[in-house]
Structures are given as structure tokens and as C-alpha cells.
Design a protein around this ligand. Structure first.
Ligand code: CA2
Length: 150
């Protein structure tokens, strides 16, 4: 296991609206509910979660840069930036940390513009389509990745 036990979980634009709009696609849980789920799973594995949401691309890039030397890995739901942001891809590659890409919905069963992800190029794996449970799956997968890296 890495000396570092913190996992950075980044949530991109509009995910602060979860539970308020489009429950048919994204479910009824709020981002605060999901943060609680993550904390519960992480503590059962001896890990600590730094859970963040931002609507600003530059802020997400800064959070990724700041994770170097502090976090053992990054789980990211880039939301709309997944499909557009070379800057986030570059920051993830520069971090040299294990990365897991995550989506609530199955992006491959949706509009064609959601089928391409820039973030995927920096990710060890991608989890999508399992709603909030995907966050739990991602934490389990990250725990395994960190263990294997040491
Ligand atoms: O399925 C996911 O987790 C997404 O990352 C969500 C993004 C979407 O652009 C990606 O293609 C897939 C959208 C986040 C918007 O969040 C909302 C929350 C509540 C109501 C409406 C949108």
C-alpha cells in the first residue's frame, strides 16, 4: 500500500445539481449523498477521501496539480469536460498518479458526442453506467491499483 492514503475525487461542471434535475438519467441522490457513500467505503479500506466539485476547468487543473505528492490516486468524473478538455488530460498525465475515469450514466449508450473521452487516455480504467454505485466501485478499484503499485 502507498504511504499516501488520500484519494482525490474530482467532480466536474453541473454535478452540484445532482438530485435536483434529470433524475431519470442521474438518479435522486445528491452529490452530498455520494460524498457520504465514498467516505464510508474509503474508511472501511483505511483510505481518506478528498471530495471536490468545480464548474471551472482551471480549478480542476489546479486541483490535479496540487494532488502530486499529496494523493495516492485520482478518481474523476469530468462531466462535460470529459468530452472537451485537453487541459485536464494534460494535467492528469503530468500528475503521474493512477487515474480512474468515472461516469454515473453509460456515456456509450447516449449521444455520439459523449462517446469520446479525452480523460480516458490518462486513465487506468473507466467505470460508467452504474449510477452512484460507480463511485464505490472506483474506490475499490483504486485501492487495488495503489496496492499493486507498491
Ligand atoms: O454520467 C455522467 O456522470 C456524466 O459525466 C455527467 C455529465 C455529462 O456531460 C457526461 O457526458 C456524463 C453531466 C453532468 C450534469 O449533471 C447534471 C446533474 C443534474 C441534472 C442535470 C445534469
Amino acid at each position: 500500500m502507498s504511504d499516501l492514503t488520500e484519494i482525490l475525487i474530482l467532480n466536474g461542471p453541473n454535478l452540484n445539481m445532482l438530485g435536483i434535475r434529470e433524475p431519470n438519467i442521474y438518479g435522486y441522490e445528491t452529490l452530498a449523498d455520494i460524498e457520504k457513500l465514498c467516505n464510508e467505503r474509503a474508511s472501511s479500506l483505511g483510505l481518506i477521501i478528498n471530495f471536490k466539485q468545480s464548474n471551472l476547468e482551471g480549478e480542476i487543473v489546479a486541483d490535479i496539480q496540487n494532488a502530486r505528492g499529496k494523493a495516492a490516486g485520482i478518481i474523476i468524473n469530468g462531466a462535460g469536460y470529459t468530452h472537451t478538455s485537453v487541459a485536464i488530460l494534460d494535467a492528469l498525465k503530468l500528475s503521474e498518479l493512477p487515474v480512474i475515469e468515472l461516469h454515473l450514466s453509460n456515456i456509450h449508450a447516449r449521444e455520439a458526442f459523449r462517446h469520446h473521452s479525452f480523460i480516458a487516455q490518462a486513465a487506468s480504467g473507466v467505470i460508467c453506467g452504474f449510477g452512484s454505485h460507480g463511485y464505490v466501485l472506483a474506490i475499490d478499484a483504486m485501492a487495488r491499483l495503489i496496492e499493486c503499485a507498491n
